[in-house]
Design a protein around this ligand. Structure first.
Ligand SMILES: Cc1cc2nc3c(=O)[nH]c(=O)nc-3n(C[C@H](O)[C@H](O)[C@H](O)COP(=O)(O)OP(=O)(O)OC[C@H]3O[C@@H](n4cnc5c(N)ncnc54)[C@H](O)[C@@H]3O)c2cc1C
Length: 386
């Protein structure tokens, strides 16, 4: 086992760092404050090949894997510029199409996804919540088309994406009585697809929407993979989404600890730097330890996703990584704010505005309770409570 970063990975890390540094947290905060999309940063990331780093070379991608996309995600966040839509567009939609799309579908969508076009993702429903088996948005086959009816909620970035990958119910499993799910690429301007903005308290440039499908007609060739196999297929994208969520938390954690260490060295209120007081130093050191543990787990999860045939182990690691990283990232951020005293809550210091996005990642894309449920049953063999 070798924990030294390879030259290729170090180079990728450095390249992302350089691009992100030309924008910096001020840019991200300005986008949020002025209600402007961070398109310039997104496009710069695409132009440098970062957003398609994990996609096959024949479709314009970098030919690498989720490990490399995780480096991209982490370094962007570590610069104070986390890009939330990488989770849904690059990590889920692009990954699922690359794995399960037909050659025609791949050549239709993947080149765009490497050059900056987004494809967001919709699974969550108002009534089903964390229970994907209760999804009630249906897709019914009618000759050469499917008709979609139902609604989705908290769908990120629909306003900036020409397509959305939608998880629909296409039948019921006779044995288990559970929904059979299927995946469809839907143009966001298809007649019958309406959206309303959900006002949020998170300070991030990306917007959230409720979607309504009112007899939305799509061509049958928009089905990705096999009908009824959507749940199995979508996990090949949900695990990367968890890994990217973890890396956003880890990256923000690094960003916050960097600022906190600097401040604790510079700030002296009793004639000595505040970082000399163990009340300041030890919580930062504890946060650093937790952060490194979480990063290590996330790197392992990314490696397993790319290399292991044991998909249960890959899923377990992705869940653990997301759980640990959300806690670690929040702890780093909170301690960095504490270290800054009153300044920690001032806009100028660029910390408190990131709280919402890291706090979100304790709930989404899978809540910490659902991770604990999974680990209790799948890893420990305990009985299921629900
Ligand atoms: C800003 C934002 C962006 C999002 N972006 C997207 C997106 O782009 N696409 C998308 O599809 N979804 C998106 N989501 C939805 C997100 O994935 C869900 O909010 C999340 O999975 C939790 O589901 P829920 O909100 O329905 O909570 P619920 O399922 O209603 O759960 C509520 C609480 O109960 C707990 N709970 C539920 N069941 C159990 C149980 N069996 N045991 C113990 N505790 C339980 C949960 O952990 C949670 O704490 C987004 C959400 C937000 C807030």
């Amino acid at each position: 086992m070798d924990f030294t970063e390879s030259d290729e990975h170090a180079l990728l890390r450095e390249s992302v760092r350089k691009v992100a540094a030309t924008f910096g947290h001020e840019y991200y905060a300005r986008c949020t404050n002025d209600d402007v999309r961070p398109d310039d940063l997104w496009q710069a990331a695409a132009d440098h090949g970062f957003l398609g780093v994990h996609l096959p070379e024949e479709y314009g991608g970098g030919g690498a894997g989720i490990y490399e996309l995780a480096i991209v995600c982490e370094e962007l966040a570590a610069a104070g510029t986390p890009l939330l839509l990488i989770l849904v567009s690059a990590a889920i939609s692009a990954e699922v199409i690359a794995k399960f799309g037909s050659p025609t579908q791949k050549s239709h969508w993947l080149p765009g996804l490497t050059t900056g076009t987004k494809m967001v993702f919709a699974i969550t429903e108002p009534d089903a919540g964390s229970n994907s088996h209760r999804i009630s948005t249906t897709a019914k086959r009618d000759g050469d088309v499917y008709r979609l009816n139902g609604s989705k909620t908290y769908i990120s970035g629909v306003d900036e994406s020409p397509q959305v990958l939608v998880v629909c119910r296409t039948g019921v499993d006779e044995e288990t009585q559970r929904a059979k799910l299927s995946l469809f690429v839907v143009d966001t301007d298809t007649p019958g697809l309406h959206r309303t903005n959900i006002p949020m308290e998170i300070r991030a440039p990306e917007k959230q929407f409720q979607l309504f499908f009112d007899n939305v007609e799509i061509s049958a060739d928009r089905l990705i993979g096999d009908e009824g196999e959507g749940l199995r297929q979508v996990f090949e994208g949900l695990n990367p989404e968890r890994i990217m969520s973890a890396m956003i938390c880890n990256g923000v954690g690094r960003y916050a600890l960097g600022l906190a260490s600097q401040y604790a060295n510079d700030r002296a209120v009793w004639g000595t730097p505040i970082g000399r007081h163990q009340g300041i130093a030890h919580p930062l050191a504890t946060a650093k330890i937790e952060l490194e543990l979480a990063r290590l787990m996330t790197q392992k999860a990314a490696w397993l996703h790319d290399n292991s045939t044991d998909r249960v182990a890959a899923g377990e690691a992705a869940n653990m990584a997301k759980f640990a990283s959300a806690d670690a990232g929040l702890r780093c951020l909170d301690q960095a704010i504490q270290t800054h005293g009153g300044n920690g809550l001032a806009s100028e210091y660029g910390l408190a505005d990131l709280w919402g996005i890291v706090r979100l990642l304790k709930i989404a894309p899978v809540s910490r309770e659902m991770v604990l449920n999974f680990i209790s049953t799948a890893s420990l063999g305990l009985p299921k409570s629900y």
